[in-house]
Write a protein that binds this ligand. Structure first.
Ligand SMILES: O=P(O)(O)OC[C@H]1O[C@H](O[C@H]2O[C@H](CO)[C@@H](O)[C@H](O)[C@H]2O)[C@H](O)[C@@H](O)[C@@H]1O
Length: 223
């Protein structure tokens, strides 16, 4: 898998929910394990690293809380660069309230949300893992965020860097497409079942992601 990298720098992009943390029913409790945190810290000390999340920047920064990495929140709508003591004070378009609808009411909630949002052409509804999200109706997504961050890092040519992205959700497919556009093959989907995806490789769950991150660190150390 890493043979294609050669002397180029690997830039690590990671989704959060379902990739660094297990999917849980209460979104405010989707913490990383201590082992995952250690792996992520080790990766961020060896590679340029960024988190691409659908959550608000504030929320994702609260969960990850590392100052040496880039963050993109709100599905590519916000990006923040690493800086010591980064203070996140951005607008917040996602919330973790109004959750945990009874399964029997899901169809009705879907209908109401969609018909309400239709009245506001600047917004659209997006379907995630048992969640409906209202997001700005624009062309920004995790793929555009990946490309923007590569540029901010100074990697404008594929001769110097190879992006790698791990994600589990349908919004991560935009990230996998950006990986493809860059000429990289390092697109990894997290899934226990085979599924239609732009990713080339797969891992089964966050535990396997954590093990892969450690292998990446070892590989870099031996290089
Ligand atoms: O792009 P991500 O970092 O993967 O964020 C995607 C959404 O993640 C959260 O929802 C998902 O995870 C929750 C906690 O495990 C789970 O309860 C929910 O069913 C999942 O959809 C977050 O709450 C959303 O705002 C993010 O867009």
């Amino acid at each position: 898998m890493m043979k294609c990298v050669g002397r180029r720098e690997i830039v690590v992009f990671l989704d959060y929910d379902g990739t660094l943390s297990e999917i849980v029913s209460n979104p405010t409790e989707a913490f990383m394990t201590g082992q995952m945190r250690a792996a992520l810290e080790a990766v961020s000390n060896k590679f340029p690293t960024a988190i691409l999340s659908g959550r608000s920047l504030r929320k994702i920064y609260e969960f990850v809380n590392l100052t040496n990495i880039y963050y993109s929140g709100n599905h590519g709508n916000t990006v923040i660069s690493p800086r010591k003591g980064n203070k996140i004070d951005m607008y917040d378009t996602t919330g973790d309230r109004a959750r945990r609808t009874f399964e029997a009411d899901a169809g009705m909630v879907d209908k109401i949300v969609k018909s309400e949002v239709k009245k506001y052409p600047d917004f659209r509804v997006m379907l995630g893992h048992e969640v409906l999200e209202v997001r700005p109706n624009n062309d920004l997504n995790k793929g555009t965020a990946l490309e923007l961050i590569m540029g901010k890092m100074g990697f404008t040519s594929s001769n110097r860097a190879v992006p790698l992205f791990i994600g589990d959700d349908r919004t991560d497919e935009d990230g996998f497409r950006a990986i493809k556009r860059s000429g990289s093959r390092l697109a990894i989907v997290v899934s226990t079942v085979p599924k239609e995806t732009e990713a080339i490789y797969s891992l089964r769950n966050p535990t396997e992601v954590m093990q892969f991150l450690w292998r990446l660190v070892e590989w870099k150390t031996m290089k």
